[in-house]
Design a protein around this ligand. Structure first.
Ligand code: MOS
Length: 722
C-alpha cells in the first residue's frame, strides 16, 4: 500500500469545499426556522406575545404550541425511544430549564427568522430551580434502583470495604469533573422537505435511524416514508446522538407552508438544546500493600441528570478493568437537576471516571514510593477482574513500556518540583492509563461491483470526521486488490442501509466485519478470489450487487431486527467468551511558568492498543484530536451552570474555552497494531474514545510532579497552582 493510498479518501472533497454538509444545502424556496427560548430557570409561561415577531418583514409563520396528537411522544433514546430527551418543547406551557424553546419562527431568510424570534416576549411564572449537582432542590437516586438494566448495575467483586480496612496503605480522595459541552464546529443543523407524503431530511446526526424512526413516531407516519441523509458531519462526539426536539416542529412547519425548512441552531442554543457531559463527583478509595499491589478499590460516583430523564452513569465499567483489583465496589448515583437531559460526549463516563481513578493511582505511587509506571505494571491484569473471563486482547503493559521508552521516562526525578527547564519553568512529567469498552452493533453492508472496475459500498455508519469512509475504502481496496480511488463508500444514508447510532467507538469495528462479509459474498457469487471487474464482465452484467450483515458475538438475528426497526442493539464489552476493551497509555510533560504559574503542555506521547489499525492516517489523527480534547478537559473546558438565571453561563466559544493551536505542542502517537481476531475477523477494536481516556489525569499528575499540588478538580487553572 502506497502512502497516497492511506490518505483520507474524502480529503480533497473536504478541502475544496465539495463535501456537502447539511448547512450547505439550500433547497429552492426554502424557509428558515429559528427558536425563541425561555428566559427563566424553571416555571410556566403565563402569556406569550408574538405580534412583534409577526410584524418582522419576511416572517411566514410563528408557532407557540403543537397539539399532542400532532407532535407525539418519541421517548428518550436510552429508555427505548429515539429522542435525545423525552421532553418535547412547544407542546405545553411548562419550562423545564432556561434555553428551552418556547416558539418557532419561519421566515424567508435567516436574519428575519432570528430577528422575529428575538422579538417574542413571554410572561412567566417562575419556580425555584437547581442547576448544580450539590444545590438545594437537586434529588439523588441510586442508579441501581432507578434503572434496572443489568449492564448498568453497580460492580461488586469480593468485599472491597473489608479488604480496604485491612490494607496497609490507603488512599481516599474525592475528585470533581465539571459539566462540558462537545461544541462541534458544525452546530445542530437540519433541512427538511416533503415530496408528496415522503419526508426527506438532511440532518447533522450520528444516528440517522433515530431521526427516521423518531420522526415517523412523532408525526404518526410510516418510517418507509422518511429518508434521512447525514453524509458529512462537522463533528459529532456523541452529542448528535438521537432525534432532537426541533425536527418534528420544522417538519410540520414545512408541511403547513408547503416549503422546505432549514434550521441551523445558533451557538448559544447548541449549549442549551443540545446535550452535554454531566457534572460528576467521584470518590476513589484504594487499598494496597507496601509495594503498591492493589488489594481493594472502591469507586463511588454522583452524576447529574435532568428531572425528565435518567441519563445513566457507566463509570465503573472502565475503572474496574484497569488493574487486577482483587476486590472492587462501584456505586453510581444520579442527581436530578433542572437542565436538559445530559448525553454522550466522547468517552462520556470513562474520561471523568479515569481522571479520578488514575489520579488516585498517582497518589498511591507517591504513598508507596513506587514509580508510577512500575506501579501500574505491577498491577496489570491477565484476565478480566470482574468476570474472570479472558480479555479479547490487552496490551496495556506494552503501551506503558513503549510509551515510557519513547518519552524518556527513565530520566524522571520523582521529587515534585525537582526538574527545572533552561528557561526557568518547572517541568512536570505525568503518566496515566486509559481503557474503553469495545462493542459491536449489528450492521448491514451492500457491495456493488461494476464491469468497469468501480466498487460501491453502502453500509451502516456515519462520517463525523473520524475516517470511517477511509477505513472501509482501504479494507475493500486491500481485499479486492483494486485502487482506493475506485471505491465509493456511502454511509449515513437511510436510503441505502440501516444507520444505527455511530458511537461508543464501535463504528469502524462494526462496519468493517460487515463489509468484509460482503466482500466474501461477492467473491463467492462471482466464483473468484481476484480480478473482480473481469469476473463481472464475464457475467455479462454491468453490475453485481451482494449484501451481508454481521452481529456481535452472542447476538441473534433479533438484534439485527431491532436495528432495522430503529433501536439500539449493542453487543459488549462483556461477551459470552471474553471481555473486550481498548487500552492506552499517555505520557505528558507540563511546564509551569514560575511567576505567572501559566501551565503549558509542550509534549505528549500516547500509545494505543486498538487492535489492528485500519487506517493509519485517520487513526493517528483521531489520537491527536483526543489528546487535544484531553488538554481541553484538563486545563480549559467547563460548562458553568448559572445559579442565578438557570441554564449555562458559558454558551459561546469565547466563554466555553477549548484549546487553540497555541495551546498544543508536540503529540507523538504510536499504536500496538496487534489484530484482535477474537473480537472480530478484521481484528479492529475501537479507537476514538480510548485515546481521550487518561489524558486529563496524565496532565494533572504532571502538574503534581511540577508543583507538589494535587489537582482533584478540573479544569486546572492558574489560580489553582498559585
Ligand atoms: Mo460517542 S460519546 O459514544 O459518540
Amino acid at each position: 500500500m502506497t502512502a497516497m493510498e492511506t490518505r483520507r479518501v474524502d480529503a480533497y472533497e473536504k478541502v475544496t469545499g465539495r463535501a456537502r454538509y447539511t448547512a450547505d444545502r439550500v433547497p429552492e424556496n426554502v424557509v428558515y426556522a429559528a427558536f425563541a427560548t425561555a428566559r427563566i430557570g424553571k416555571g410556566r409561561i403565563a402569556g406569550i406575545d408574538t405580534s412583534a415577531a409577526e410584524a418582522v418583514p419576511g416572517t411566514r409563520l410563528v408557532i407557540t404550541k403543537f397539539g399532542a396528537d400532532e407532535l407525539r411522544d418519541v421517548g428518550f433514546v436510552l429508555a427505548g425511544g429515539h429522542a435525545a430527551q423525552s421532553l418535547q418543547p412547544l407542546r405545553d406551557n411548562r419550562v423545564a430549564y432556561r434555553g428551552q424553546p418556547i416558539a418557532l419562527v419561519l421566515a424567508d431568510n435567516p436574519i428575519a427568522a432570528t430577528e422575529a424570534a428575538q422579538a417574542i416576549t413571554a410572561v412567566y411564572e417562575p419556580e425555584p430551580f437547581a442547576v448544580k449537582i450539590d444545590a438545594d432542590g437537586a434529588e439523588t437516586l441510586m442508579q441501581e434502583q432507578a434503572i434496572p438494566l443489568p449492564f448498568l448495575a453497580d460492580i461488586k467483586v469480593g468485599d472491597a470495604d473489608a479488604a480496604l480496612q485491612e490494607s496497609p496503605v490507603r488512599i481516599n480522595s474525592t475528585y470533581e469533573h465539571p459539566a462540558q459541552h462537545a461544541a462541534p464546529i458544525e452546530p445542530f443543523t437540519s433541512v427538511v422537505r416533503w415530496d408528496g407524503d415522503k419526508l426527506i431530511v438532511n440532518d447533522s446526526t450520528q444516528n440517522a435511524n433515530a431521526v427516521r424512526f423518531g420522526l415517523a413516531t412523532q408525526l404518526g407516519i410510516d418510517p418507509a416514508g422518511v429518508e434521512v441523509i447525514s453524509s458529512h458531519i462537522g463533528g459529532g462526539f456523541g452529542t448528535k446522538n438521537a432525534m432532537y426536539g426541533h425536527l418534528g416542529p420544522i417538519a410540520i412547519a414545512a408541511r403547513r407552508l408547503g416549503r422546505p425548512v432549514k434550521m441551523v441552531l445558533p451557538r448559544p442554543q447548541n449549549f442549551h438544546t443540545g446535550n452535554f457531559r454531566p457534572a460528576s463527583v467521584h470518590t476513589v478509595r484504594l487499598g494496597a500493600d507496601e509495594n503498591g499491589r492493589l488489594l481493594a478499590a472502591v469507586h463511588e460516583v454522583d452524576q447529574q441528570t435532568s428531572w425528565h430523564d435518567l441519563f445513566p452513569s457507566d463509570a465503573t465499567t472502565a475503572t474496574s478493568r484497569l488493574y487486577a483489583t482483587p476486590t472492587f465496589r462501584g456505586r453510581q448515583r444520579l442527581v436530578r437537576t433542572d437542565v436538559p437531559t445530559p448525553g454522550f460526549m466522547r468517552a462520556p463516563f470513562e474520561s471523568p471516571a479515569v481522571f479520578a481513578f488514575e489520579s488516585a493511582m498517582d497518589e498511591l505511587a507517591y504513598a508507596t514510593g513506587r514509580d508510577p509506571v512500575q506501579l501500574r505494571l505491577a498491577n496489570d491484569a491477565t484476565v478480566d477482574p470482574v468476570t474472570g473471563l479472558p480479555f479479547s486482547s490487552r496490551h496495556l503493559a506494552e503501551c506503558l513500556r513503549r510509551g515510557a521508552a519513547r518519552f524518556g521516562w527513565d530520566q524522571r526525578d520523582p521529587q515534585p518540583g525537582s526538574m527545572i527547564a533552561d528557561d526557568g519553568s518547572i517541568v512536570g512529567w505525568g503518566v496515566a492509563a486509559g481503557c474503553y469498552p469495545a462493542s459491536i452493533v449489528p450492521i448491514v453492508a451492500h457491495l456493488s461491483a461494476t464491469a468497469d472496475g468501480a466498487i460501491i459500498v453502502a453500509v451502516g455508519g456515519h462520517e463525523m470526521g473520524q475516517g470511517i469512509r477511509t477505513a472501509v475504502a482501504l479494507l475493500v481496496a486491500h481485499e479486492l486488490g483494486v485502487p482506493v480511488d475506485n471505491v465509493t463508500v456511502h454511509v449515513g444514508d437511510t436510503r441505502v442501509a440501516p444507520q444505527p447510532f455511530t458511537a461508543g467507538s464501535w463504528g469502524t469495528s462494526s462496519a468493517l466485519p460487515a463489509v468484509r462479509a460482503a466482500i466474501a459474498e461477492l467473491c463467492k457469487t462471482l466464483g473468484v478470489t481476484g480480478d473482480v471487474p473481469a469476473a463481472v464482465r464475464a457475467t455479462g452484467k454491468s453490475v453485481v450487487t451482494v449484501s451481508a450483515s454481521t452481529l456481535a458475538p452472542g447476538q441473534t438475528e433479533e438484534s439485527l431486527e431491532q436495528v432495522k426497526g430503529g433501536h439500539l442493539a449493542i453487543g459488549g464489552p462483556v461477551f459470552p467468551e471474553f471481555v473486550a476493551f481498548s487500552w492506552a497509555a499517555h505520557f505528558v510533560e507540563v511546564r509551569v511558568e514560575p511567576t505567572t504559574r501559566r501551565i503549558r503542555v509542550p509534549r505528549v506521547v500516547s500509545v494505543v492498543d486498538c487492535g489492528r489499525v485500519a487506517s493509519p492516517t485517520t487513526a493517528a489523527s483521531q489520537v491527536r484530536g483526543a489528546v487535544v480534547w484531553g488538554v481541553g478537559a484538563a486545563l480549559r473546558e467547563e460548562s458553568v451552570a448559572d445559579e442565578q438565571f438557570g441554564g449555562f453561563l458559558t454558551t459561546t466559544l469565547e466563554e466555553y474555552t477549548v484549546p487553540v493551536n497555541a495551546d498544543i505542542g508536540e503529540i507523538e502517537v504510536d499504536f500496538i497494531d496487534e489484530p484482535d481476531l477474537r473480537f472480530n475477523p478484521v481484528g479492529v477494536k475501537g479507537l476514538g474514545e480510548v485515546s481521550l481516556v487518561g489524558v486529563a489525569p496524565a496532565i494533572a499528575n504532571a502538574v503534581y510532579h511540577a508543583t507538589g499540588r494535587r489537582m482533584r478538580r478540573l479544569p486546572i487553572r492558574v489560580e489553582h497552582v498559585l
